[in-house]
Write a protein that binds this ligand. Structure first.
Ligand SMILES: NC(=O)c1ccc[n+]([C@@H]2O[C@H](COP(=O)([O-])OP(=O)(O)OC[C@H]3O[C@@H](n4cnc5c(N)ncnc54)[C@H](OP(=O)(O)O)[C@@H]3O)[C@@H](O)[C@H]2O)c1
Length: 336
């Protein structure tokens, strides 16, 4: 399989030597959150990503709901080119009670070690290139988390320490114990909260930034539907941005973005990704898709140049992001 990186320049994610193609691939939707899992298309999409020069592949313990299925899928798909790419995975949830999945945390050092060992097994690899804490655990000091990931790095099992959805104070405390290479948090033209305090702190400390859900969980594409049209196993049926009242406002904004994109001969998804890439050279978004065609479309966004007028127009269309919050109150992190 060819790996053509000519159209996807490498970016440096912070000051710890982490470098990745400017657009990565998130694999969450291949096993959860957006409807029925589809291994065949998932693997075909991962292969297309490699062919198009993608090097950063993002998974998590959570995406297999404790079964390891998402990491296994990724590990299987990349086994022939594993050494040419970076695998990022995440720990930090307590998945023992199905009723509390997503809201119960466990970053105790012994649990981090257990999850990291299981991830290595599921991925079929001897190292995790980036190991993220998926959510801050209010019951475990971040210093203990940083110390434990630092030990795994010293043992050669992990390459880089990442945080996800951590606030400025937590990032500083973690970084003082073991350097944080990268922060992953939701960021898109729909979701701008990181701009106030989080992005300035990661830049001050030399930490790279990985925007997740860079397509607003699919709203920033031509493929959005009203909440009621999604099946029960698709979380967008419950997402506030899809609910009546918010949906119409967000759809109107996406229509305006689409008309700007069409004027440039690109798709609205490409416009949304190019906007993120224009926010700084230290940013590598990880759009998720289960389609090789959409993967190719998304990666081609790295070739799009937005003018100051384009960026100004996007700001006019969505001065404060979407209508409706990205998570229900109980799931929002405490930094915002
Ligand atoms: N750290 C965290 O807490 C966290 C939370 C959420 C996600 N993440 C990571 O971020 C990754 C990306 O986020 P995400 O998957 O939630 O949201 P996203 O990338 O914003 O959107 C994904 C959705 O958009 C659709 N899509 C993608 N490209 C498209 C295109 N060109 N045209 C039309 N539709 C398109 C996908 O559908 P199809 O599959 O049908 O193409 C999917 O439904 C995840 O896979 C995961 O790795 C991390």
């Amino acid at each position: 399989m060819a790996h053509d990186t000519t159209n996807l320049p490498l970016r440096t994610l912070g000051g710890q030597g982490l470098r990745a193609g400017a657009i990565g691939l998130g694999t969450m939707g291949m096993t959860m959150a957006y409807g029925t899992p589809d291994d065949r298309n998932g693997i075909a999409t991962i292969h297309r990503a490699y062919e198009r020069g993608v090097t950063l592949f993002d998974t998590a313990e959570l995406y297999g709901l404790g079964t390891g299925s998402n990491e296994q899928l990724l590990g299987r798909a990349v086994k022939d080119f594993r050494d040419e790419i970076l695998i990022a995975t995440k720990f930090g949830f307590d998945l023992s009670d199905p009723a509390r999945i997503g809201t119960a945390f466990d970053s105790r050092p012994e649990h981090i070690r257990e999850v990291a060992e299981a991830s290595l097994r599921h991925l079929g690899t001897d190292r995790i290139d980036v190991l993220y804490q998926h959510r801050v655990d209010p019951d475990v000091p971040i210093e203990d988390v940083a110390g434990t990931v630092g030990e795994l790095i010293a043992e050669g099992k992990v390459g880089h320490f990442g945080l996800s959805e951590a606030g400025p104070e937590t990032i500083r405390r973690a970084h003082a114990v073991h350097p944080v290479s990268v922060l992953q948090t939701e960021y898109s033209v729909f979701e701008r909260a990181v701009e106030a305090e989080v992005l300035p702190v990661v830049r001050e400390l030399g930490i790279g930034f990985v925007p997740y859900s860079p397509l607003g969980r699919g709203f920033l594409t031509g493929a959005v539907k009203p909440a009621a049209a999604y099946p029960a196993d698709d979380m967008r049926g419950q997402d506030e941005r899809w609910q009546p009242g918010n949906y119409e406002k967000n759809l109107a904004a996406v229509r305006e973005l689409t008309s700007l994109a069409e004027g440039k001969g690109i798709t609205v998804a490409q416009l949304a990704l190019a906007w993120l890439l224009a926010q700084g050279d230290d940013i590598v978004p990880i759009p998720g898709t289960r389609s090789p065609e959409r993967l190719a479309e998304n990666v081609a966004a790295a070739q799009v140049t937005l003018t100051p007028q384009d960026l100004g127009r996007i700001q006019e269309i969505l001065p404060h992001g979407s209508a409706g919050s990205r998570y229900h109150e109980a799931m929002l992190p405490d930094w915002r």
